[in-house]
Design a protein around this ligand. Structure first.
Ligand code: SF4
Ligand code: SF4
Length: 337
C-alpha cells in the first residue's frame, strides 16, 4: 500500500519505528558482507546518503583490509560480497577484495557510479569486472538526461550512457554470467505535495528497457527501485526545506508490515572503512553500530576472534527504517514485496 500525498497532512507525530514492530527484528544467518570502502567518490550527488565526494579522505586502511580478506577466506557461509562507497573502485584494496571473494566462489557486487571508468587510472575497470565475472549494480536514477544531471552533476548522464554501452560490448546485460543491474532513486521532493515512493518496479523496469534500447541500444538485466531514506545529504536537504518531519510522517503512514521479514539487514553485515560493523549502510551513516548479544559494538577483528559471524541477535533500528518498510519496501536489492 502506498500512502497518498494527502496523508502528509496528518499532524500528530509518527510512532517511533521500534514501537511499530510487534517484536525486535531478529538477525538471520549472515550471507552477505557489504563493505563500504570509503567516502571518496569522483561525484558528489545531491541525494547521497554517504555524503561522498572527491574531497573525502575516509578510506579502508591496511589492517582492516587484511582482516576482511581473512574473514572472506574463513567463512564459506558468505554467499555475497557487496562492495560500495563512495566509489569503491577508488580504494587501493578494491581489486584484492574482488579477487579474494571470487576465488572463494562468492558472488561479488560492485555498486558503481559508471563515470569512474573515465577518470585517469580507472579505464581498465570494465575489463577487470568482466574477467572476474562480478555483478555490476549501477546508479542511473532516471533514463532522462536532465534528471540525472540535476541529481549527479553536469555531464554524468552522457558518461553513464557511454559506460553502459561499454559494459554491453563486454557482454554485460547480454551474457548470462555478466549481470548488469540499474538503480533508480526518486528525485528529492521540493515540497510536501512531491513526496513519493518509487513507482512499481516492474513497470519502471519496462520503461527503462524500452527507452534505453530505442535511444542508445543498451541492454541490462534488472532495475532496482530504491526509496530515498532520510539519511546523509537527503536528510540535510529535507531539513533545509523544513521537510524532514513531514517526510518521516509520510513514510510512517505508508508502513507495510509485510516487508519486515525480507529486510536486507536480517542477513547482512555492513562494514565501514575502520572495520566497525553495522546492520546496514544506513545505520553506518547514522553511527548506529551493530551489537553482540552482550551489547558490545562489533568489529571485524572481534568476529575473527569469536570465530563466528552470527554474533548479532537483533537488528538496531531507528526512524529512518520507515524508508525500507514503506509501501512495497526498499533495499539494496530493490523492492521487497
Ligand atoms: S550517490 Fe554514489 S556516485 Fe553519487 S556521490 Fe554518493 S557514492 Fe558517489
Ligand atoms: S535502515 Fe533498513 S536495512 Fe537498515 S536497519 Fe533499518 S530497516 Fe534494516
Amino acid at each position: 500500500m502506498v500512502a497518498s500525498p494527502q496523508s502528509t497532512a496528518v499532524s500528530h507525530p509518527w510512532i517511533p519505528f521500534g514501537q511499530r514492530l510487534a517484536a525486535p527484528i531478529t538477525k538471520g544467518a549472515i550471507e552477505t558482507l557489504q563493505i563500504n570502502l570509503g567516502r571518496r567518490c569522483n561525484l558528489a550527488c545531491v541525494h547521497c546518503h554517504v555524503e561522498a565526494g572527491p574531497q573525502r579522505t575516509e578510506m579502508l586502511d591496511g589492517a582492516t583490509l587484511a582482516d576482511l580478506l581473512t574473514l572472506i577466506d574463513r567463512f564459506p557461509q558468505l554467499k555475497t560480497v557487496d562492495l560500495t562507497g563512495g566509489a569503491p573502485e577508488m580504494n587501493y584494496g578494491f581489486r584484492s577484495l574482488v579477487i579474494a571473494a571470487r576465488s572463494r566462489g562468492c558472488e561479488v557486487i560492485i555498486r558503481s557510479n559508471l563515470t569512474i571508468y573515465f577518470e585517469a587510472g580507472y579505464g581498465d575497470l570494465p575489463d577487470f569486472f568482466a574477467a572476474q565475472g562480478v555483478r555490476v549494480v549501477a546508479s542511473l536514477p532516471c533514463y532522462l538526461q536532465d534528471n540525472v544531471d540535476k541529481m549527479r552533476g553536469h555531464g554524468t548522464f552522457e558518461k553513464s550512457i557511454q559506460a553502459l554501452q561499454w559494459l554491453n560490448r563486454l557482454g554485460y546485460g547480454r551474457d548470462r554470467h555478466l549481470t548488469l543491474d540499474l538503480v533508480y532513486n526518486s528525485p528529492l521532493p521540493s515540497g510536501r505535495d512531491r513526496f513519493a515512493l518509487p513507482p512499481d518496479q516492474a513497470t519502471l523496469e519496462a520503461a527503462y528497457k524500452t527507452h534505453l534500447r530505442q535511444h542508445f541500444a543498451i541492454e541490462f538485466n534488472h532495475l532496482l527501485a530504491l526509496a530515498n531514506l532520510p539519511v546523509g545529504r537527503t536528510k540535510h536537504f529535507l531539513e533545509r526545506h523544513q521537510l524532514a518531519a513531514p517526510y518521516l510522517q509520510f513514510l510512517a503512514d505508508a508502513f507495510n508490515g509485510d516487508t519486515v521479514d525480507r529486510l536486507m539487514c536480517r542477513n547482512l553485515l555492513s562494514v565501514d572503512h575502520r572495520g566497525h560493523i553495522y546492520d546496514c549502510d544506513f545505520n553506518q551513516m547514522e553511527h548506529i553500530p551493530a551489537r553482540a548479544v552482550d551489547g558490545t559494538p562489533l568489529t571485524v577483528a572481534a568476529l575473527l576472534d569469536h570465530g563466528n559471524l552470527d554474533a548479532i541477535a537483533t537488528v538496531q533500528t531507528a526512524d529512518h527504517c520507515y524508508g525500507c518498510t514503506a509501501g512495497c519496501g526498499s533495499s539494496c536489492g530493490g523492492t521487497l514485496t
